[in-house]
Design a protein around this ligand. Structure first.
Ligand code: NAP
Length: 548
């Protein structure tokens, strides 16, 4: 669609200020949600703060950004026609292709007409008299709607460090989430990357290839394993298409929403040699196989986790030439896979390059950013570009950006001050007619699989309201409390409860997110159990939900 046409449609849409449903966020979840609502003939609109659709794939344009999910398990499953038409060109598709895919979906189903961009929702207040939400946008406009459905993402509010002098640096400096849209020429440049999470692990090998010099500031190393990406030929894509039913059935059956199924032989029921055989094989397999096709004991048993972590440490030692650098890259404070596993392509080999240095910024912390670079407790550095790959205010951050006031003027931000409190990860008691897609405390799965599940639950709830002439629904407090308890319990048996990561709400750049103040952000029971629970609740006329 030509830009002029898009602009015309936007102005068409923006004349409407009253809707039955407002969807916030035109990312993976919001796109499917508006498709379902459009099909039902519901008066609905998607608002997005960005100039275009795509959510996480609109923003994360850093070199190396790509799926960690097999492309064909990440795509939408709802349309056979779409599945037949789209050709994924790589096993793990890169960001530009992901964005093209989402645009293709939106155009194919005529969804852009229902999207309004550059529309940041600043506040929303539930009007208890009228049983509607009143939204205030950044541009001063007001929108009213019966229902609000959010698809605001779980890692969409980037957080920067709080170093002194950050505003002084004279070259480009930005969070990886805000990697410039216009080409950034790093050839011959002195580049700093701060952070070594999944994002940095994707971008470091790419930056290393072009930069004059790259210095990586690592506070804590992360376990990482090879992505083993490959192109998908036309005939391979045909074979994938023929398997789509099977693929999505498997994704619905496995805890993580992937084709990967855990090895159920039992860690202790096989010999150390047999375990090694499995691991040697998994290390060369694509994607999360090494994580999710492994023994389940790796996630719950310290000893099993230690043995496997040592196996991966050996792999790192084999790949990194300098033994001192290799040891720096091996995590010592947590075992493999208890934080979300970053997938890498030549990450460890990047440190074999003469133009790459690794600074241990736990031993010599960054003290301040300067006009020309930065200073650690040990020395000063000069850079042309600084990349902050320092993570996100996960799960609740995007909601906190909006001043959300529910019944009695209660603020969601206050209710969630110590972490999210939800019913099923979809509803929040005291915030009527409000549904979160893939929100906090929903099942942590391959993102689109969880998003489709949520949309397929939210849409019938809206239909149910219409059919019964209800004006308002709300989650019962007791049902919500029971869900939160259940979510907390599911953390207890897992080693990830100790993770110093966004899964437990840790973020050194945010007050209240210190290590130990666990925020129970995800439902750890896996996709199938979660889906069953959602089906049960719906079948029992939305048990735990009240209607007016
Ligand atoms: P992250 O995992 O939270 O990593 C942030 C990094 O920055 C950590 O190494 C952290 O060190 C460091 N850091 C933060 N503040 C710092 C400070 N003040 N000083 C020094 N270092 C600091 O963030 P991320 O890498 O963006 O990844 C977040 C999540 O996004 C991933 O886990 C994944 O779920 C998702 N992601 C997905 C994909 C994909 O699917 N393809 C790709 C990238 C990311 P500490 O560990 O010491 O805190």
């Amino acid at each position: 669609m030509a830009e002029a046409e898009v602009a015309e449609l936007h102005s068409e849409v923006s004349r409407e200020t009253d809707h039955e449903v407002v969807v916030i966020g035109a990312g993976v979840a919001g796109i499917y949600q508006i498709k379902r609502l459009k099909d039902l003939g519901v008066r609905a609109i998607v608002l997005d703060a960005n100039p275009d659709l795509g959510g996480t794939w609109y923003h994360n344009r850093y070199p190396g950004a790509r799926f960690d999910s097999e492309s064909y398990t990440y795509g939408y499953s709802f349309s056979r026609e779409l599945l037949d038409e789209w050709h994924w060109t790589e096993q793990f598709s890169p960001q530009p292709e992901n964005l093209r895919y989402l645009d293709f979906v939106a155009r194919k189903f005529g969804l852009r007409e229902h999207m309004q961009f550059d529309s940041r929702v600043e506040a929303m207040r539930f009007d208890e008299e009228a049983n509607i939400w009143r939204l205030s946008l950044q541009d001063g406009s007001e929108i009213t709607t019966r229902f609000v459905v959010t698809g605001v993402g779980v890692l969409s509010t980037p957080t920067l460090p709080r170093f002194e002098g950050m505003e002084l640096f004279e070259g480009p400096s930005f969070h990886s989430f805000h990697w410039p849209h216009e080409p950034l020429d790093l050839a011959g440049k002195r580049v700093a990357v701060i952070g070594t999470g999944a994002t940095a692990i994707q971008l470091i090998p790419e930056v290393a290839k072009v930069a004059g010099h790259l210095t990586v500031f690592q506070r804590r190393p992360n376990w990482a394993a090879p992505l083993n990406n490959a192109p998908i030929s036309a005939s391979e894509m045909d074979a994938i298409r023929a398997r789509y039913d099977e693929i999505f059935e498997t994704c619905a059956r496995t805890p993580g929403g992937f084709e990967h199924e855990p090895d159920r032989r039992g860690f202790y029921n096989v010999t150390a040699e047999e375990r090694r055989e499995l691991w040697d094989r998994l290390y060369d397999e694509p994607g999360f196989a090494i994580w999710l096709r492994n023994f389940v004991e790796i996630f719950i048993d310290e000893e099993a986790n230690r043995e496997f972590s040592e196996y991966i440490a050996e792999r790192i030692r084999r790949r990194v030439h300098d033994p001192e650098v290799a040891e720096k890259l091996i995590p010592k404070d947590h075992g493999f896979g208890i934080q979300r596993l970053p997938m890498e392509t030549g990450y460890f080999e990047a440190y074999n390059r003469p133009n790459v240095d690794l600074v241990d910024s736990a031993a010599t912390p960054i003290e301040r950013i300067t006009r020309m670079g930065l200073e650690t407790t040990e020395r000063s550095f000069e850079f042309d570009v600084i990349v902050y790959s320092t993570g996100f205010d996960s799960f609740t951050g995007a909601f906190d950006q909006i001043n959300i006031e529910g019944v009695g003027g209660a603020r969601l931000r206050d209710k969630w001050a110590d972490g999210p409190v939800t019913y099923l990860g979809l509803l929040v008691s005291g915030f009527p007619n409000f549904i979160m897609l893939a929100g906090p405390q929903s099942a942590a799965t391959n993102f689109p699989r969880g998003a489709e599940l949520a949309v397929d639950w939210a849409t019938p709830l809206i239909e149910y309201m219409r059919e019964h002439g209800h004006q308002r629904f709300d989650a019962e407090e007791t049902a919500e409390a029971a869900w939160v308890e259940h979510v907390k319990e599911m953390y207890q048996g897992l080693l990830l409860r100790k993770a110093k990561s966004w899964i437990t709400g840790y973020n050194s750049n945010l007050d209240g997110h210190e290590y130990g103040k666990t925020r129970y952000n995800i439902y750890n029971g896996g996709g199938p159990k979660y889906a069953q629970r959602l089906r049960d609740v719906a079948t029992r006329n939305y048990e735990g939900v009240t209607f007016d």
